[in-house]
Write a protein that binds this ligand. Structure first.
Ligand code: 6GU
Length: 227
């Protein structure tokens, strides 16, 4: 997989990709992540990328020209499966969207800043608009990191235990059951007996029951009709 991330402040996204699991995924060649600074496509001496909105109003708008030049150059080099604009007015990211994106080859993430981007960029190039929740961030960069993390961890070979992404919360529309490790007893608090039983069927049944309870209590909206 290849991800091209376009931003006015790419420095904001450096550390998530240089640390831990994402770093290893890149080192193993399972994903290539390239950052593009929109200012590099600005045509004027001030490296201007934003301007006041037509019709007035607060805030600045990211101009079409640098964005179109940058995206067009990338598109001339390879085919992209999706060109995704990270914006609070996009559809809300969930596990299904991450799963679908994880089987693509080439993706562009465009990070908005200021009040957003000229509508014509959206009309011309954008194939998906994604938000990471109903709150506003200073820009799309942290959202792009969240989306990249959610997608990259699903690529085969990224997680050491290949099973572990399959048992995530949300993969089966249930939250995860409680988990424990040593010691068996801490300050009088004991690990549930069933987990020490060594009976895999009993353990699976307990975990499923706990997952359903937890979901019913915390996220009843996740429980469809099929439960
Ligand atoms: Cl993708 N961008 C911004 N600026 N704020 C957000 C967001 C994105 N998703 C949630 N809030």
């Amino acid at each position: 997989m290849r991800i091209d991330i376009i931003s006015a402040v790419p420095d904001l996204m450096v550390s998530p990709f240089r640390t831990s699991i994402l770093k290893r995924a890149i080192e193993k060649g399972l994903v290539n992540v390239y950052f593009h600074n929109i200012r590099d496509w600005s045509s004027n001496n001030y490296r201007q990328i934003d301007d006041a909105p037509y019709g007035g109003g607060a805030g600045m708008v990211m101009m079409i020209e640098p964005l179109d030049k940058c995206i067009s150059e990338l598109k001339s080099q390879r085919e992209y499966d999706d060109i995704i604009y990270l914006t609070p007015d996009g559809i809300t990211l969930n596990q299904k969207i991450a799963n679908n994106l994880s089987i693509k080859n080439n993706l562009i993430f465009l990070c908005g800043h200021y009040k957003g981007i000229d509508q014509r960029v959206r009309d011309l190039h954008i194939t998906k608009e994604i938000s990471i929740g109903d709150y506003v961030l200073t820009g799309g960069e942290l959202a792009a990191c969240v989306l990249a993390d959610a997608v990259i961890r699903l690529l085969p070979g990224v997680l050491s235990d290949e099973q572990s992404a399959l048992t995530d919360s949300f993969q089966d529309d249930l939250l995860s059951p409680p988990i424990y490790t040593r010691p068996e007893s801490y300050k009088g608090m004991k690990v549930p007996e069933v987990l020490l039983s060594g009976d895999p069927n009993k353990i699976d049944a307990w975990r499923h029951d706990q997952a359903v309870r937890s979901t019913t209590e915390k996220r009843p909206d996740l429980l469809g009709d099929e439960e």
